[in-house]
Structure formats: structure tokens, C-alpha cells
Design a protein around this ligand. Structure first.
Ligand SMILES: Nc1ncnc2c1ncn2[C@@H]1O[C@H](COP(=O)(O)OP(=O)(O)OP(=O)(O)O)[C@@H](O)[C@H]1O
Length: 245
């Protein structure tokens, strides 16, 4: 099993924002964390890149506990695309991708190849040496996506990876992740994308995983009504929405 989370709880102060969550992602599968705003999805993911500490529970990657890895060793194998608006301080997209790649200690020619291939995939070749502070929201998201694709870790942790992306790049970049056959755990609000990409989804509500399974089995009309307060239904991969309830 590539990633195994068992009975994970995260308290902030005394409040539990994730409670007793367990999930396992087999090697090469894409699993999705779904649920309404504030359900605890990001908080759960944050424990996987050392931005939050589990109050109880265990996290294993490749049958080794996260606590048995150095943060550096973990970051080489488990890469994350997070919702951030980092300080760009004069950096270019090339710099941003290179900073990510520095952890891999590559020789210069491989570093340049990986950097340029990833920037090309993200459609940023023409802007590679311009200040990243001039990029649009979607272009900046593509830049951070390029950083992760250049590093190409064994496990991808993606928090709302399609944030700001137009439809073309949503599909190009997620298709690329899928094509690589990596293990992925990602949060998504776009349920159609969950249908398209996820082998398994987990529905979170109020810090708990309240549903799990193949997306077509989890995302029923009743579930959409109960947890998202919308009247909608999937027909195959197409979602028909009547409206909020
Ligand atoms: N550091 C913090 N201090 C206080 N509350 C926090 C903190 N971090 C998260 N929370 C709260 O924890 C809850 C879960 O937040 P989280 O970001 O995990 O939700 P989410 O499911 O990712 O939501 P969204 O879909 O809106 O991104 C929210 O109510 C949030 O306000």
C-alpha cells in the first residue's frame, strides 16, 4: 500500500477538525477527498506534508511510518501542491521549478530538462523567465503544478489542484498525473472531475469520513442532497443540477 492513514485525528486547540479518519491508497491509484467547505479535507492533507500534526493516529507511506522518515526524505517521496499565495519576491517560473527540484540533487542537465519539460507541459515556456508576480492566478497555479510535475514524487498530495485553472489545463494537467501512474490523494470540489479521475472517493463532513467507494456509488442524488444541499444527479459522468436546496 502506498499510503495508509489510520484513525487520524487533528485537534486545533481543543477542537477536533479531523476525527478518526482512515484510508488507504494503493500504489498507482487516484483517490479523492470530497465534501463541503470546512469539512476537514485540507486539514487532513496538511498532516501529509508536515503542515499539521496528528493528535492521534498513524500515517504510513510504503509501509513505513511518517515518523520514521526525515522530513527531507519524506518530501522527496511525497510531494504536495497546496493552496498558497507564496512570496514570489522577484522569482521567475524557472526559479520556482528549480527550487522544488533542488531537493532531488540532480545534475545540471537533468535539472534543466525536467524544468523545461514541466514548464512546457504547463504552457509556461514563453513566460518562464518573466517575474512570477506578473502571472495570472491560473498561470501561477500552473507554475506550482509544473514544480510538482518536475519533481514527480511517488505520491502526489493535491489540494484543489484545479484552482483557477481553465478547463483545458484542468484536463491537461490531471491527465498528465494519471498518465504517469502515480499514487494520488487529492481534494476536489468539482465532482465531475472526481468522477473522471478517481478510483475511490471519500466524503468528509464535520471532520469525519462519512462515505467511501467508487465515485458513481458515493455521489448519489441522496448524498448530494444531504451533504452538499443541492438537487443534482449524475448520468454517467455528466452532472445535472436542478439547484440548491
Ligand atoms: N488553524 C486553524 N485555527 C482554527 N480553525 C481552523 C484552523 N485550520 C482549520 N480550521 C478550521 O477547520 C475546519 C476545517 O478546515 P479545512 O480547511 O480542513 O476544510 P476543507 O474541508 O478543506 O474546506 P474547503 O472546502 O473550504 O477548503 C474549518 O472550519 C476551519 O475554519
Amino acid at each position: 500500500m502506498a499510503l495508509r492513514i489510520q484513525d487520524l485525528s487533528v485537534n486545533i486547540g481543543k477542537t477536533p477538525y479531523v476525527q478518526g479518519a482512515s484510508l488507504s491508497v494503493p500504489t498507482g491509484q487516484i483517490h479523492g477527498l470530497l465534501g463541503p467547505n470546512g469539512a476537514g479535507k485540507t486539514t487532513l492533507l496538511r498532516t501529509l506534508y508536515h503542515a499539521a500534526t496528528a493528535s492521534t493516529g498513524t500515517i504510513h507511506a510504503f509501509d513505513r511510518a511518517i515518523t520514521d522518515y526525515s522530513p527531507y526524505e519524506w518530501a522527496k517521496r511525497v510531494g504536495a501542491l497546496v493552496q498558497s499565495s507564496g512570496l514570489l519576491a522577484g522569482l521567475t517560473p524557472q526559479d520556482i521549478v528549480e527550487i522544488g527540484l533542488s531537493i532531488l540533487e540532480l545534475d545540471k542537465s537533468e535539472l534543466i530538462d525536467r524544468r523545461d519539460d514541466a514548464l512546457a507541459l504547463a504552457g509556461l515556456t514563453d513566460k518562464a523567465t518573466q517575474p512570477a508576480s506578473n502571472l495570472s492566478g491560473g498561470e501561477l497555479q500552473r507554475c506550482y503544478f509544473a514544480q510538482l510535475l518536475a519533481c514527480d514524487p511517488e505520491i502526489y498530495i493535491l489540494d484543489e489542484p484545479t484552482n483557477h485553472l481553465d478547463l483545458h489545463y484542468q484536463l491537461v494537467l490531471l491527465d498528465e498525473v494519471k498518465r504517469r501512474g502515480r499514487t494520488v490523494l487529492m481534494t476536489l470540489h468539482d465532482l465531475s472531475l472526481a468522477m473522471r479521475y478517481c478510483n475511490t472517493v471519500y466524503l468528509m463532513s464535520q471532520g469525519q469520513i462519512v462515505g467511501r467507494g467508487a465515485p458513481q456509488h458515493v455521489l448519489t442524488r441522496e448524498i448530494l442532497m444531504q451533504y452538499y444541499q443541492v438537487d443534482g444527479q449524475f448520468h454517467g459522468a455528466a452532472l445535472t443540477l436542478q439547484g440548491p436546496v
